[in-house]
Design a binder for this molecule. Structure first.
Ligand code: NAD
Length: 403
């Protein structure tokens, strides 16, 4: 290329640049005309308006933000990761309350067969709380330090509804939880039952008593299920060194019990509150002893944190005949209900009273809530349950002064 051609190309490039720049300035000029400026101002105003709206929404959300009961702050070394199977049920939900308030991290696993979200909804969203919808018959893989294994239908109509499932829950479910305890070196507490003593020939029942259970009766799915669950705990302990605790729980009552669980306390309270006849199966001479749920929760936590691996009875030795109990409920509810008698239920134990000397000695535990006080709280809860449908008002029981 000649120097002249190069100069011409150079001039051409310069001329092109000048034209481009001039055009650009012309464009910028035209963009900045009045209508465009007005448009920009409108956009800024709209953005300011949206910003104000958003601020207001955030303020409203803050005001509506879920308030939790104040939990204790525990240092990392004292804070435990605790799994409660069946934690949405009656006993489980009270245990959740106590452990949450103590400052631990709590995971609830429940299949909601008899449990309800309402029992634990006041913790949903809390940083220390997690809810997993899961059936314990299927293995579970999580990291925990302690397992309270409560998952199992507990009242006769519930566990008899699907006896095969009840057996699977007690056997395969417990096997899965023991497997988890073994994998992560957690301590497992089994919520066993006084039903392992069956219709007892020894009174009161000590932990050393082997029981008198009908293995083929209608209650066997539950009684024998819990007996085999205990057996599995000790097999895992001796074979694999799993740390186990076995609580033999006696009749327990309190708020969040199922209205239709067919147990004595709920039946009598409902019948008394509704002015219906209070039904006693048999003559009413059979005895029961009832513990209030917060006493049981204290016992479970004391047992879990003890070194005791053999079974421990947790119950209230204050024994009443069923007839006395019906009369007491009639009295506390000021009910005009009459008491009637029907045929005795199959395999219904005649006597039931725990010997709790072991729990007293080893755990320093004993029930402290008087029967009448516990009944008043339970009756208030049941009243609210009955009213919730007619008054379209939710009945949520929150932990309070009973703790
Ligand atoms: N309440 C008592 O008087 C009493 C007495 C003795 C023993 N116990 C034992 O204490 C535990 C709790 O009893 P409760 O009275 O709170 O009964 P509950 O029926 O209110 O609670 C049991 C919970 O386990 C859940 N569950 C059942 N099967 C499950 C499964 N396969 N997978 C996951 N979750 C499952 C239910 O949905 C429910 O939330 C039970 O193991 C019971 O045998 C209770």
């Amino acid at each position: 290329m000649s120097p002249r051609t190069i100069r011409c190309v150079f001039l051409l490039i310069i001329a092109t640049i000048i034209i481009v720049v001039a055009r650009h300035e012309f464009t910028v000029d035209s963009v900045l005309n009045k209508s465009v400026i007005n448009e920009i101002v409108r956009k800024i105003q709209r953005l300011q308006f949206e910003n104000t709206n958003l601020r207001q929404k955030v303020e409203i959300m803050d005001a509506e933000k879920k308030k939790y009961l104040p939990v204790k702050f525990l240092a990392e070394k004292n804070r435990k990761r605790i799994l409660i199977t069946g934690g949405a049920g009656f006993v489980g939900s009270h245990l959740v309350d106590r452990l949450m308030l103590m400052g631990h991290e709590v995971t609830v696993v429940d299949n909601f067969f008899t449990g309800r979200k309402r029992n634990i909804e006041h913790w949903i969203g809390h940083e220390n709380f997690e809810l997993i919808h899961h059936d314990v018959v299927t293995p579970l893989f999580i990291e925990v330090d302690q397992i309270y294994h409560l998952a199992c239908p507990a009242s006769p109509p519930h566990y008899m509804y699907n006896p095969v499932k009840t057996i699977k829950t007690s056997s395969i479910g417990t096997l899965n939880m023991l497997g988890l305890a073994k994998r992560v070196s957690a301590t497992l507490l089994l919520a066993s039952t006084s039903e392992v003593y069956g219709d007892p020939e020894e009174h009161p029942q000590k932990e050393t008593y082997w029981g008198h259970v009908n293995p083929i009766g209608p209650r066997a799915c539950y009684d024998e299920g819990k007996r085999v669950a205990e057996t599995m705990c000790y097999a895992y302990k001796s074979q694999s060194g799993v740390k186990v605790r076995v609580a033999r729980i006696f009749n327990t009552f309190g708020p969040r019990m199922h209205m239709a669980d067919g147990r004595v306390v709920s039946n009598f309270i409902l019948q008394a509150l509704q002015g219906e006849a209070i039904t006693i199966y048999g003559k009413g001479e059979q005895t029961r002893s009832f513990q209030y749920v917060t006493d049981l929760v204290s016992g479970l936590i004391a047992l879990m944190n003890s070194d005791e691996s053999s079974p421990v009875n947790l119950g209230n030795p204050d024994e009443h005949t069923i007839l006395q109990f019906a009369e007491l409920i009639k009295d506390v509810t000021n009910s005009t209900s009459v008491i009637i008698h029907k045929d005795a239920a199959t395999d219904d134990p005649r006597k039931r009273k725990p010997d709790i000397s072991k729990a007293r000695r080893i755990l320093g535990w004993q029930p402290i809530v008087p029967l009448k006080d516990g009944l008043s709280k339970t009756i208030a809860y049941f009243k609210a349950e009955l009213e919730q449908e007619s008054k379209n008002k939710r009945n949520v029981f929150l932990p309070g002064d009973e703790l």
